[in-house]
Design a protein around this ligand. Structure first.
Ligand code: G
Ligand code: G
Ligand code: NA
Ligand code: MN
Length: 254
């Protein structure tokens, strides 16, 4: 398959890059964290969306090497921003079930933090419910080990998987990210408002932060802040941008 064979060489050819999307604090509008998102420009295929290449990377196992590159690149970048004089920001990286399954992720994170000099508190990993469903005992032990280092752990795309409620208490989580499908339906489906309000209440009760993803309108922003979300992420504030372009947002850094 063409995507797979091209992807195999993408890392060494330096075709991947990370974009960063800010999360704004609901209280003061400041940026305290950024999500790193992989982007791929292939000379043969042009821009390939992560919605296309991440699944291929998962099936082929390439996601382990790519995820490792993402982790190191994001931590090095977060460290560089701070060296450049920006207030400390946390960088969030998406972690695949395959990376957890290697059993080596806690040690890799420890190495990358040591090598880049980024404090553990400035790194967050994002896991999805489907990741948490795989071999739950093993996965929760791995997540626990990562959490004990002081790295923040977020449950991504919350509400799209199964048994969400069980995972909230079972894993060492700090944050839930409400999936953008709920945010998208806010205006048209009153049930979405109820689901979001209930999620915030539940998360609060468990001591978790709540982020809403996919915020595109001011009406959504108002509703989500009223519902008690701690931070908001979406095109309304900024799309994912290249590291160099973040300087335009620097006035918003906490
Ligand atoms: O950035 P975009 O919305 O196009 O991403 C599409 C999907 O690809 C999302 O589900 C996102 O989580 C995933 N994705 C983007 N970057 C990474 C990455 O570095 N690692 C993993 N595992 N998934 C990623
Ligand atoms: O699955 P995950 O939550 O990691 O996916 C994040 C993806 O969501 C990013 O690839 C980003 O491009 C996309 N995204 C970010 N903000 C918005 C938004 O406001 N609306 C929509 N539709 N997608 C968004
Ligand atoms: Na994510
Ligand atoms: Mn998400």
């Amino acid at each position: 398959m063409e995507i797979e064979s091209e992807l195999r060489q993408a890392l060494e050819r330096r075709e991947l890059q990370l974009y960063y999307q800010p999360l704004l604090c609901a209280r003061d509008g400041r940026i305290r964290s950024l999500e790193a998102l992989a982007r791929w420009h292939s000379p043969a295929l042009g821009w390939v969306s992560p919605a296309e290449f991440v699944p291929v990377a998962e099936e082929s196992g390439l996601i382990v090497a790519i995820g490792d590159w993402v982790l190191h690149t994001a931590c090095a970048q977060a460290r560089r921003w701070q060296d450049d004089g920006l207030p400390p920001v946390r960088v969030a990286v998406n972690v695949s079930a395959h990376q957890i399954a290697t059993g080596a992720l806690p040690e890799r994170i420890r190495e990358v933090l040591a090598r880049t000099g980024l404090p553990a508190a400035q790194l967050e990993i994002e896991l999805t419910e489907s990741t948490m469903m795989a071999d739950t005992e093993f996965t929760s032990a791995q997540v626990e080990a990562i959490s004990r280092m002081g790295v923040s752990v977020a449950l991504d795309d919350f509400g799209t998987g199964y048994s969400s409620l069980a995972y909230l208490s079972r894993f060492a989580l700090n944050k839930v990210k409400i999936d953008r499908s709920f945010v998208h339906k806010l205006a048209s489906d009153p049930k979405s408002t109820t689901i979001i309000a209930a999620t915030v209440g539940l998360a609060r009760g468990l001591g978790l932060q709540v982020v809403a993803e996919g915020v595109e309108t001011e009406a959504q922003q108002r509703t989500l802040i009223a519902a008690g979300c701690d931070a908001l992420q979406g095109y309304l504030f900024s799309p994912p941008v290249a590291a160099a372009d973040l300087s335009r947002l620097s006035a918003l850094f906490a």
